[in-house]
Design a protein around this ligand. Structure first.
Ligand code: MSP
Length: 523
């Protein structure tokens, strides 16, 4: 009988691990920020979270690029890895683990899985001759030929080779995967990608070549059962999710630390869903004895495009996120990407839009709201608030926004959650205009009304400081400090009336939180 594993108690979330054959670009940054925001949101809900990201350091692309630069692959991968690490730090990623595939811990787990699958007869040796794409590191079949019968430019240099290799029995598990997909409608988010994946699985035929002869590729993890070969980079890379998740971290593959986390939610781009994450990976896990309940769900995001096209070196349209974060601050970049990208869909990147979003939403709507509220409270009430009954309909509506925000975040609809939050900021700004506190302050008979307005605004700002915290952690801290709120931000603090500011609460001093970005006038 199969062992029964307890349900994961930790929210385990991963990103794709990025190839170290080139420096990071805005697409990599988008995926990491999205994952960071979801991880931070789950922490805000009070859940234990394990957020893992990292780098994919092996493979032919890394070896080739290193060679071109006259470097050893290890040194080259180390340099690029340092660039990723510096960027993630700059962008404020809150990852708990770091998956670098040259780590001996990872290599040991890859070896163990390979040996286990080999012993179980899931891996076999066979000879194959055919066309091989150096760029994509895979053998090509007629399916990959274009309408003109040729292999398109996306495959790069294509050579005819014949060699012995090791194969993983993928096709044998095809029907299991189809039935798994059919029985688990929420396996892939968004749902249309699950349909796309199912179609890809239906077409699946043949097994997966999981080795590369050392004569051709040295930069990889040696097969435990044949020192003449290294492991195919995708097999190596996918295993990062379990090796850095604690699999085999004890005497046995499964152990309490791993079982408490697994399965993870994998956040990946649309290009690596089929076949890598949606075909190879569930089948590898299934063949290694993972139960259906342990197959990791996928959150598939779209592409960040530039000028309607994919970013590429040859087009010269690569956007460097480190430059943007330096120029505008990490918060501006995080907010722009999260506010404008619809999870699952492609987005067109525009630096101009980044500036517009920052100035209109952060500097004008939220920043000014905080500043005006604190200034008015200081001027009219020495910053001391008089509590309004939390059952007050205006406050109830503010809390309802937090509920809407949470429902959207639970569905990974970060842009829609932010839309809800900034709707509350707009409501506050309209409320100030309608109530005109500067007029109320002139009439002592309206003192209670003025107290009510100031309290409602401060309370809405407290809720907003919580709601923006996954996307803008630094600004959220700054807001809380100015509001003189010391409690650690938590979602319950935005949803529950009991968490409302106390009677007599004293607000802090206002300082501009989001100074406007003054753009250079266009020529
Ligand atoms: N190393 C593999 C993944 C192995 S995961 C076990 C890989 N690396 S990558 O560097 O090419 O891509 C890393 C992630 O960035 C992928 O999820 C990919 O979809 C994403 N992006 C790469 N370019 C992108 C955009 N232009 N826009 C958004 N994300 C895209 O694939």
């Amino acid at each position: 009988m199969l062992p029964v594993y307890p349900m994961a108690q930790t929210f385990f979330i991963t990103t794709a691990i990025d190839y170290t054959n080139a420096a990071p670009h805005i697409g990599h940054a988008y995926e990491k920020i999205l994952t960071d925001v979801v991880a931070r949101y789950h922490r805000l809900k009070g859940e234990p979270v394990f957020f893992l990201t990292g780098v994919d350091q092996h493979g032919q692309k890394v070896q080739q690029t290193a060679q071109k630069q006259g470097m050893e692959p290890a040194a080259f991968a180390r340099d690029i890895t340092a660039k990723f690490l510096a960027l993630w730090e700059k962008l404020g990623l809150s990852n708990d683990g770091w998956a670098a595939t040259t780590d001996p811990l990872h290599k040991a787990v890859v070896s163990k899985i390979l040996q286990q699958l080999f012993d179980a007869g899931e891996i076999y040796k066979a000879s194959y001759s055919g066309f091989y794409s150096v760029r994509q590191e895979q053998f090509l079949t007629d399916k990959e030929r274009g309408p003109d019968g040729e292999f398109g430019p996306e495959w790069g240099e294509v050579t005819d080779i014949s060699e012995e290799n090791y194969y993983f029995r993928l096709a044998k598990h095809r029907d299991w995967l189809l039935s798994y997909i059919d029985a688990h409608p929420g396996y892939v988010t968004p749902a249309f990608r699950q349909t796309e994946l199912r179609n890809a699985v239906e077409k699946l035929s043949g097994d997966l070549c999981i080795s590369r002869p050392k004569a051709r590729l040295e930069w990889g993890i040696e097969l435990p059962f044949d020192a003449g070969y290294v492991t195919y980079v995708w097999f190596d890379a996918l295993v990062n999710y379990i090796s850095f998740g604690g699999y085999w971290s004890g005497e046995t593959p499964h152990n309490p630390a791993f079982d408490e986390r697994w399965p993870a939610l994998h956040v990946i781009g649309k290009d690596i869903m089929a076949p890598a994450h949606g075909v190879y990976w569930p089948i590898i896990l299934h063949a290694a004895g993972f139960t259906d309940a342990e197959i990791p769900p996928l959150l598939v995001h779209g592409y960040i495009n530039i000028g309607g096209a994919k970013m590429s070196k040859s087009l010269g349209n690569i956007v460097d996120p480190a430059v943007l974060a330096e120029k505008y601050g990490p918060g501006a970049l995080r907010y722009y990407l999260m506010r404008e990208a619809v999870t699952g869909q492609d987005m067109e990147f525009s630096e101009e839009r980044l500036v517009v979003r920052y100035n209109s939403d952060l500097a004008n709507d939220l920043g000014n709201l905080l500043n005006r509220t604190l200034n008015m409270a200081k001027r009219y009430r020495a910053s001391v608030l008089k509590r309004v009954d939390p059952a007050d309909p205006w406050l109830a509506e503010a809390r309802a926004v937090a509920e809407q925000y949470a429902a959207r975040m639970d569905q990974f609809q970060v842009h829609a959650a932010l839309e809800a939050a900034f709707g509350l900021a707009a409501k506050c700004n309209a409320y100030i205009e309608a109530q005109a506190p500067w007029k109320l302050a002139k009439d002592p008979a309206l003192a209670d009304q003025l107290d009510g307005v100031l309290y409602r605004l401060a309370e809405a700002l407290r809720i907003l400081s919580i709601l923006i915290s996954p996307v803008l952690p630094d600004a959220a801290r700054g807001m809380a400090a100015q509001l003189n709120v010391t409690a650690e931000p938590c979602l319950a603090g935005a949803l529950n009336a009991e968490a409302a500011l106390a009677d007599g609460h004293t607000l802090g001093a206002p300082t501009p939180l989001f100074p406007r970005i003054e753009t250079e006038p266009k020529a």
